[in-house]
Design a protein around this ligand. Structure first.
Ligand SMILES: [Fe+2]
Length: 276
């Protein structure tokens, strides 16, 4: 894929918010004619691709989903987070039938991840039609992405403080860190609910890929954004999440002295190393 114009890239504030919350939300981001074309494509069936295929080779014309993913606004999100040539990992068209007996348990997708908490995949969740609360929507737990879990191990958690039900208008797009806790809620309407998900792997070092012109702008106070406490944090828990956010922010910016309230610098202090 070619690189997009800088104006489509994420800002530093958006990147810091992604690192803190584990997702970004873009409401009514895709135009309605494309939403309708994609819904028709879902009914006709969407061919998949082998894991590891360059995204640029996926969804050849004619493909409404391809059009959606190739829009510069979407490419700007992709390139800011995983670079210009990510790999297709997998996709799914999630369908919730009306009034199914059970909801999906809380889980993380495809996670048996032994990497350090640095390199990350992204997942898009795309909602092609309106999703009112009674349709359930997808539930996400902001700030949960650093808590490594084994898929459904956490399914016994029905609700978390601060959880966000994705109640949205057609064309809404979420981009998520691969570690985020989420689930599909029960659809209590008489209509079928659709959600398309795609996971992408980076092929480049995730270093300052967004529009960094505003990196040193005092209004983009990464310390404040990364220090934000989610409602489910208690004191000790929150500190661990914030340390993990600092580590990821250092990885993304290349600034290994970045800190929030001295949390990481304190534990890095090992004076004996100076005399080794
Ligand atoms: Fe999932």
């Amino acid at each position: 894929m070619s690189t997009v114009d800088k104006k489509y890239l994420l800002t530093t504030r958006q990147m810091a918010t992604f690192v803190a919350q584990g997702f970004l939300r873009f409401d009514e981001f895709i135009p309605d004619d494309l939403n309708r074309a994609i819904l028709a494509e879902f009914d006709a069936g969407v061919p998949s691709h082998a894991a590891g295929t360059p995204l640029s080779n996926c969804y050849p014309e004619p493909s409404a989903l391809g059009h959606m993913l190739r829009r510069p606004e979407v490419q700007g999100i992709i390139q800011s987070l995983v670079g210009p040539d990510p790999l297709f990992d997998h996709h799914a068209i999630h369908i919730r039938q009306p009034r199914e007996a059970t909801a999906q348990g809380m889980h993380g997708d495809a996670i048996i991840d032994t990497r350090a908490l640095r390199d990350f995949d992204i997942q898009f969740m795309y909602f092609p039609h309106d999703v009112p609360l009674e349709m359930g929507g997808t539930l996400v737990a902001p700030g949960s992405h650093f808590r490594r879990i084994n898929e459904m191990d956490i399914a016994r958690y029905q609700n978390l403080l601060g959880q966000v039900p994705v109640v949205c208008k057609a064309g809404t797009l979420l981009v998520l860190h691969h570690g985020i806790w989420h689930c599909g809620r029960r659809n209590q309407t008489d209509r079928v609910r659709y959600m398309y998900k795609i996971r992408l792997n980076p092929t480049v070092r995730q270093l300052r890929l967004w529009n960094t012109e505003d990196l040193n702008d005092p209004d983009n106070n990464a310390q404040n954004i990364l220090g934000h406490q989610e409602p489910w944090f208690e004191d000790a828990t929150g500190r661990l999440e914030i340390v993990n956010r600092i580590k990821l922010w250092r990885f993304l910016t290349g600034d290994n002295r970045f800190d929030v309230s001295y949390w990481l610098t304190r534990v890095e202090n090992m004076p004996e190393k100076a005399t080794d």
